[in-house]
Design a protein around this ligand. Structure first.
Ligand SMILES: Cc1cc2nc3c(=O)[nH]c(=O)nc-3n(C[C@H](O)[C@H](O)[C@H](O)COP(=O)(O)OP(=O)(O)OC[C@H]3O[C@@H](n4cnc5c(N)ncnc54)[C@H](O)[C@@H]3O)c2cc1C
Length: 376
């Protein structure tokens, strides 16, 4: 047994994906002694397969607090990028040039506009700038756009990063702050006890004063052990990456972006297929066909790889942040946009967890919302 009865760390973070790594860094920066317990290499890891958007437009229809939380993270992302450069010596290639959602038919554009209007009609969301562009204006801003693009939505709030470098930078900055990252530490059981939690697996046992469940899809099983719930399910996303090419696309789009290294990422499907991660030709060909209609020059590029990964999706698609009422000191943090929300997780959420109380702005993110009848 490691640690005996002594608390080995102030906080044990379970899960070392982008959410757990961001929280671990933020906890350490706030002065906590942090241990991260992470599964082995064969685990499902949404953080290694994402599309790398720091995306605001279209987020929060049905929960205005989520739109505000997302915008705050996008605003604070500049601070996070500087922090990671200073503390990890890694440039995560963050930029916020504004993002486009190109549409390939009038009904598609109308649907997007309708959703955007409904989103901004919610309380407190009048200050979310966006524009509706017709084909000519879209082409003026993006000269290589195809004839099939009837128009686009544009928001200056959107950006993107190099997400693998982000992941590495969070880990590196955390390590320099003393975060004790332990791979191959699959947590099987958690027992709340006096003044903390005992956390067990085949590797042994540790004790910690506080606990953060950041285990992605694993949170569904772990949360009930400490009086929490996280009814998350997988949502499969497939991504295509092309060979590197000269820069032609500065702005991110919801399904196409050129990385800082030159490759073009084409994404990302949303499929309800359980824990299946097989890459499938039919879905990839639909994604590729839409991408080529959006930017005809993509037809001339070779595909160098494709993959699929599982998003961590709650029943309504919004994050779950909560402290256990029955076992205070145990927190759950899960979301499907861990890149976008990384700034909030490092700079806002982690210090609040260490202080023992979540900010009032996060009250709506409790999983108790799933027990309210839809017509209540
Ligand atoms: C296709 C796709 C596209 C995406 N695009 C974007 C995007 O453009 N922008 C954006 O912001 N986000 C995007 N995301 C989401 C982003 O990648 C985040 O990673 C996601 O929010 C979940 O991160 P996570 O750390 O919670 O989960 P994960 O990355 O799954 O990490 C969870 C970790 O917990 C570990 N774990 C699980 N159970 C246990 C256990 N019992 N004991 C110990 N460890 C355990 C796992 O091994 C894993 O390392 C995308 C995701 C996908 C799949």
């Amino acid at each position: 047994m490691i640690g005996g009865n002594r608390n080995e760390g102030d906080v044990a973070v379970i899960g070392g994906g982008v959410v757990g790594s961001a929280l671990a860094l933020g906890l350490a920066r706030a002065g906590g002694r942090v241990i991260v317990l992470d599964e082995g290499d064969i685990a499902f890891r949404a953080s290694r397969g994402n599309f790398a958007l720091v995306w605001v437009q279209s987020k929060g229809l049905g929960m205005p607090e989520y739109a505000l939380w997302t915008r705050r993270s996008a605003q604070d992302w500049h601070e996070l990028a500087v922090l990671l450069r200073d503390e990890a010596d890694i440039d995560v290639a963050h930029s916020q040039p504004g993002g486009f959602t190109p549409c390939l038919s009038e009904p598609e554009l109308d649907k997007r506009i309708g959703a955007m209007r409904r989103l901004h009609n919610q309380p407190g969301l009048s200050d979310f700038p966006y524009e509706v562009l017709d084909h000519a204006e879209t082409r003026r801003r993006l000269p290589e756009i195809g004839e099939d693009v009837v128009g686009a939505l544009y928001s200056p709030l959107d950006g993107h990063v190099n997400s693998l470098r982000l992941f590495r930078a969070l880990r590196e900055a955390g390590a320099r702050r003393g975060v004790d990252y332990r791979p191959n530490h699959d947590v099987e059981a958690i027992a709340p006890g006096d003044g903390g939690f005992r956390i067990r697996g085949s590797w042994g046992e540790i004790a910690a004063g506080k606990l953060v469940l950041a285990a992605g899809l694993g949170n569904a099983r772990l949360a009930p052990m400490v009086g929490l719930e996280a009814p998350v399910k997988p949502s499969k996303g497939q991504i295509i990456v092309t060979e590197k090419t000269a820069p032609f696309l500065h702005n991110p789009m919801v399904t196409i972006r050129q990385t800082d290294e030159g490759g073009v990422m084409i994404g990302d499907s949303q499929e309800d297929r359980g824990f299946d991660t097989i890459v499938g030709q039919p879905v990839l060909s639909v994604m590729a066909e839409r991408a080529v209609r959006t930017f005809p020059r993509l037809a001339g590029l070779n595909v160098v790889r494709s993959w699929s990964a599982l998003r961590v999706m709650s029943p309504d698609g919004f994050p779950i942040y909560e402290q256990s009422q029955s076992h205070p000191g145990a927190f759950v943090a899960t979301c499907h946009s861990g890149v976008t929300l990384a700034a909030n997780h490092v700079l806002t959420l982690a210090p609040a967890i260490l202080a023992g109380e979540l900010p009032e702005a996060l009250a709506s993110f409790s999983a108790r919302r799933f027990h309210v009848p839809a017509n209540a």
